[in-house]
Design a protein around this ligand. Structure first.
Ligand code: AKG
Ligand code: FE2
Length: 258
């Protein structure tokens, strides 16, 4: 059963879909689980600040971020949702919709730096503060990350293919979100590997000003689902709220995508 034609959009053209939306209930689950982890990470270092951050809300994080060491507090490991949160998300209807459209998939394991937690599903979130250029990375395709991190050998079964789900949890359409280069999975781009905070990362060697990256207009819950070859990246946040978004990697074995 395929009502949204996701397979064609993701594997053929334009390489992504913006057709799937979380229900208000589903969005509420993500907001609650992320907020809880966000407060617990803050509370582990600064218990006295928790009431203030809770009161402000995660979308106002940037107003209070000067009270803590933002650059140190949020390595990827502090932003991978705990197993109990993943179990609540695993049963939400949007994943059944994706299963109906795309066939069987698994969610990739937690993987960062030298850490690979076999069997723990990776559902992680990020914070992008207004006007913070260091809160967004450079344009890339996720398969470049898999290549430079050596993940195809370690993290995914041989011959498998991945598809990314990017979900805005707090976002302001037209002011922040994800940039995508349509149909870029059909082209070759130059990049090189460099050491980053969370391990090796790819740096694009093309003129990003003329590459054709478009800011996707996404209301909270309006997810983007894209090919591992699609060139994309976070836009510098021109809004007045902290952008909060979630990433999930679906893994398809060759059998299930045929
Ligand atoms: O949210 C961002 O700024 C980047 C997201 C990204 O690279 C991804 O979802 O694969
Ligand atoms: Fe990415």
């Amino acid at each position: 059963m395929s009502l949204l034609n996701l397979k064609n959009k993701i594997f053929d053209s334009p390489g992504y879909s913006r057709d799937v939306q979380l229900t208000p209930f589903e969005l509420g689950v993500f907001r609650a689980e992320i907020t809880e982890q966000w407060l617990s990470v803050i509370g582990a270092k600064h218990p006295e600040l928790v009431p203030q951050f809770r009161e402000a809300g995660i979308d106002n994080y940037h107003l209070l971020a000067h009270l803590l060491q933002h650059e140190k507090l949020w390595p990827k490991e502090t932003r991978c949702l705990p197993r109990e949160s993943c179990s609540k998300i695993r049963v939400l209807p949007f994943l059944q919709t994706l299963h109906d459209e795309l066939g069987d998939f698994t969610i990739s394991d937690v993987f960062y730096g030298n850490t690979h937690e076999v069997g723990r599903e990776e559902i992680y979130w990020r914070l992008v503060r207004p006007n913070a250029t260091t809160d967004v990375g450079t344009l890339h395709a996720d398969k470049w990350f898999h290549d430079v991190m050596g993940m195809d050998d370690q993290a995914f079964p041989p011959g498998s293919e991945t598809v990314k789900i990017w979900i805005p949890i707090f976002s302001q359409p037209g002011k922040n979100g994800l940039m995508i280069v349509p149909d870029s999975h059909k082209k070759e781009y130059r990049y090189h590997a460099a050491a980053g905070a969370g391990g090796m990362k790819p740096i694009i060697d093309e003129d990003v000003a003329t590459i054709g990256a478009e800011l996707m207009l996404t209301e909270p819950g309006n997810m983007l689902i894209f090919n591992e070859g699609i060139v994309h990246g976070g836009a510098v946040n021109m809004g007045d709220q902290t952008r909060v978004s979630v990433e999930i990697t679906m893994v398809f074995t060759n059998k299930s995508t045929m």
